[in-house]
Design a protein around this ligand. Structure first.
Ligand code: PA5
Length: 412
């Protein structure tokens, strides 16, 4: 189902142990049904579904939605918009103006319920929804959070919002197969049944502790071997622009899971062929610190062919009748060869088709590989202690601002 082509000279090692594999479970059938029912209502009534969340609370959904919905909106389906992933006043102001012309449903997603970015965005959006929809706002706001605790849980209970649960043992970046990812994905019109089936099959395919029989572990071991040889940067690359947000999800998954105790590969991403004309020079001839992992889907549903041109004034008739996706795939092979010759090791991940099943399969492949990778480094893949550092400093500064403002106004 997934073809992993690694370096010829990387030894395959038997995995020393089976890492903890339970922290990214898929939804139950009952939950899937409840998600599909609510998604149906949202699709009937809304023209915009606003997702409020940050990090693992929105990157997975956005990755899948971008990968599997058209580049250009061609129908009247629900448009997915995002907030709570930045603290730009301009962004929020313009978003509210934009929403004025739309029918809006909101899904606020936060496991802890207290992350500053989504909490601030939700405060603003909650007020907007109440002013605009009155009592009906209660039906239009859906909360995804912890089952028992947190400020968001308290607000949801008090207001009577409909709720979905982030399982306590599933960390944000491993939560795309829970309601965190599945409700937005379902509202976007993607078959979540196929998506979680792909994940479940991958879960089974990559459960063998012997790396010789487990491609996710082979990928983890190859990365680890390259890391030991001094390659400190992994570039995730693909040739399909709609995978850009999948790259972002992967970057968070590996970055937050591995980057601790001064260890870990730096996860970076490139989108070809765009980036061949930007960072391509550096990759080909710059510092030899990086290797590349190339994702390729063999079949992509839509395609177009190169027309024959009378007179051949641009000299491209030798490509007439060739499919654009085919040319793109050849370009991928050429780039891999050039990079390998230039001293950039290339790992290849190939899947048969860009669809819900295979995207689910690939995401579970990466989660399994990530947990193994962290185990090889000897770090905990499920915590993110370093993220707290900026939060503490930011809160300290915000509180200092309030004290100064109060002092200036003579309140203290
Ligand atoms: O992967 C993670 O655990 C993090 O990226 C969180 O998802 C992110 O910090 C948001 O946290 P929360 O869902 O508690 O708002």
């Amino acid at each position: 189902m997934i073809n992993f082509q690694q370096l010829a000279n990387v030894p395959t090692i038997k995995a020393p142990f089976i890492p903890e594999l339970t922290n990214y479970n898929c939804c139950s059938t009952e939950e899937l049904f409840a998600i599909e029912q609510l998604a149906y209502e949202v699709k009937e009534k809304a023209s915009v579904f606003l997702i409020i969340g940050v990090g693992g609370s929105f990157l997975g959904a956005r990755a899948v939605i971008d990968a599997l919905t058209p580049y250009f909106r061609t129908n009247n389906g629900v448009e997915i918009q995002y907030a709570g992933h930045n603290m730009s006043g301009a962004y929020l102001k313009q978003l509210l103006t934009y929403l004025n012309t739309k029918e809006v449903y909101v899904n606020v997603i936060s496991k802890s319920g207290s992350t500053m970015e989504p909490a601030l965005a939700f405060r603003i959006v909650k007020q907007y929804m109440e002013e605009r929809y009155g009592v009906e706002a209660q039906r239009r706001i859906i909360v995804t959070t912890d089952a028992d605790k947190g400020i968001l849980k308290e607000i949801a209970d008090k207001e009577g919002y409909r709720q979905f649960v982030v399982p306590g043992d599933v960390g944000g970046r491993y939560s795309v197969f829970t309601p965190v990812g599945l409700l937005p994905i379902a509202v976007a019109g993607i078959d979540i049944g196929q998506f979680v089936t792909g994940a479940r099959i991958a879960g089974e395919d990559f459960s063998d502790s012997n790396a010789n029989n487990n491609r996710a572990y082979q990928y983890a071991l190859a990365r680890f071997e390259l890391y030991k040889r001094g390659y400190s940067v992994e570039l995730l690359a693909s040739f399909e622009p709609r995978l850009n947000k999948l790259h972002e999800w992967w970057k968070q998954l590996f970055g937050e899971s591995e980057g601790k105790e001064h260890k870990g590969l730096y996860p970076s991403t490139v989108n070809y062929s765009t980036d061949l004309h930007a960072i391509g020079q550096f990759i080909q001839e710059g510092s030899r610190i990086m290797f590349e992992t190339l994702i390729h889907f063999e079949e992509i549903e839509e395609d177009i062919s190169i027309p024959y041109m009378l007179g051949d004034c641009d000299g491209l008739n030798y490509l007439a009748d060739r499919s654009m996706n085919g040319i793109n795939a050849t370009s991928k092979d050429g780039v891999a060869l050039a990079h390998e010759e230039g001293g950039v090791p290339v790992l290849k991940l190939e899947l048969p088709k860009l669809d819900a099943y295979h995207v689910g399969y690939l995401m579970m492949f990466f989660m399994k590989a990530c947990v193994m990778s962290a185990a090889l480094l000897g770090v905990n893949p499920f915590d993110q202690p370093g993220v707290e550092a900026y939060k503490k400093k930011m809160l300290q500064l915000l509180k200092e601002d309030v004290v100064i403002a109060n002092a200036n106004e003579g309140k203290i």
